[in-house]
Write a protein that binds this ligand. Structure first.
Ligand SMILES: *[C@@H]1O[C@H](CO)[C@@H](O)[C@H](O)[C@H]1NC(C)=O
Ligand SMILES: *[C@@H]1O[C@H](CO)[C@@H](O)[C@H](O)[C@H]1NC(C)=O
Ligand SMILES: *[C@@H]1O[C@H](CO)[C@@H](O)[C@H](O)[C@H]1NC(C)=O
Ligand SMILES: *[C@@H]1O[C@H](CO)[C@@H](O)[C@H](O)[C@H]1NC(C)=O
Ligand SMILES: *[C@@H]1O[C@H](CO)[C@@H](O)[C@H](O)[C@H]1NC(C)=O
Length: 245
């Protein structure tokens, strides 16, 4: 039995190796230094991520880090669909600092191959820092080619390998990895009815990927803490009840 499963694993691994060798397009040898924007542009469907990488200046940081050091980097890249399926207003309600942390939460300060996830110890430490519970923990469980990810808020799986060389790995994820520190379900009481009535602007990110709101809109947000749509709905119901009683 053990022999059989070892043999199957071997076949699987060899298959994976020959497959990746058969696809030279997956690892183009770029002329000059690596450019994360270019890699994501080429892969398509990462417009929102590219926009965030630029507005937070993290794209430049990644590029110079890749060019100037031998330390690797792993990026989990959420698709445009992943960003579009966040509840409306999610990105716009973040401060600039929170946007930086959100993107850094998608980055590991080392190169992780798919098979290395199997032996990684949880929680993984991301570029966002503190991996303690409630902060920025990122857990993975992996078997074979499957890598499951949980943040404590979002569960998803690596759906594709976009790019990999000996320094950089970019993996597609179909959900935005929401860190507990920013998106922790709040237990705060419903806000005052007057506040609850003040609606968020409906024209938000996701529907208009070309908008540059995410870099300009946050000053007014101040200390505003993002709330789930359930809370907003709850507050709306409370204020409606206050109004009719
Ligand atoms: C990286 O690629 C993008 C898009 O292709 C380009 O606009 C940018 O100038 C490049 N950055 C560097 C440092 O080459
Ligand atoms: C990459 O690094 C080399 C050597 O450190 C440096 O000369 C070059 O200007 C860097 N290129 C970029 C685009 O940062
Ligand atoms: C990943 O998650 C899927 C769906 O939740 C589950 O069926 C699968 O067993 C998980 N795989 C690993 C390696 O945890
Ligand atoms: C992540 O893994 C650690 C260590 O196993 C565990 O203590 C923690 O509860 C996990 N967090 C989540 C969100 O799964
Ligand atoms: C994520 O997965 C864990 C364990 O598999 C489960 O307990 C949790 O409810 C899931 N969370 C979400 C948001 O689906």
């Amino acid at each position: 039995m053990a022999y059989l499963s070892t043999a199957i694993t071997l076949i699987f691994l060899l298959h994976g190796v020959t497959q990746s060798q058969a696809q030279p397009a997956a690892a183009p040898a770029p002329a000059g230094p690596l450019n994360i924007t270019k890699i994501l542009e080429k892969a398509g469907q990462f417009g929102t991520l590219i926009r965030l990488l630029k507005s937070t200046s993290i794209a430049d940081q990644i590029n110079s880090q890749l060019n100037n050091s031998n330390s690797g980097l792993t990026l989990f890249a959420p698709t445009d669909n992943a960003f579009a399926s966040l509840s409306a207003g999610t990105l716009n309600s973040l401060t600039d600092q929170q946007k930086v942390a959100l993107i850094q939460f998608h980055m590991l300060p080392n190169l992780m191959t798919i098979s290395q996830f199997q032996t990684a110890s949880n929680p993984l430490r991301t570029q966002a820092g503190d991996a303690n519970n409630g902060q920025y923990p990122l857990n993975v469980t992996a078997a074979g080619n499957q890598v499951n990810i949980t943040t404590g808020i979002v569960n998803t799986t690596v759906s594709n390998s976009i790019y990999s060389d000996n320094q950089l790995a970019v993996y597609q994820v179909d959900k935005v990895l929401l860190p507990l520190d920013i998106f922790r379900p709040s237990v705060a009481p419903a806000p005052a009815p007057t506040k609850a009535k003040k609606k968020e602007t409906p024209a938000d990110e996701g529907s208009s990927p070309s908008s540059s709101k995410d870099s300009t809109d946050s000053s007014g947000a101040g200390s505003f803490k993002w709330r789930s749509s359930q809370e907003i709905a709850f507050a709306a119901v409370v204020s409606f009840l206050c109004w009719i009683l």
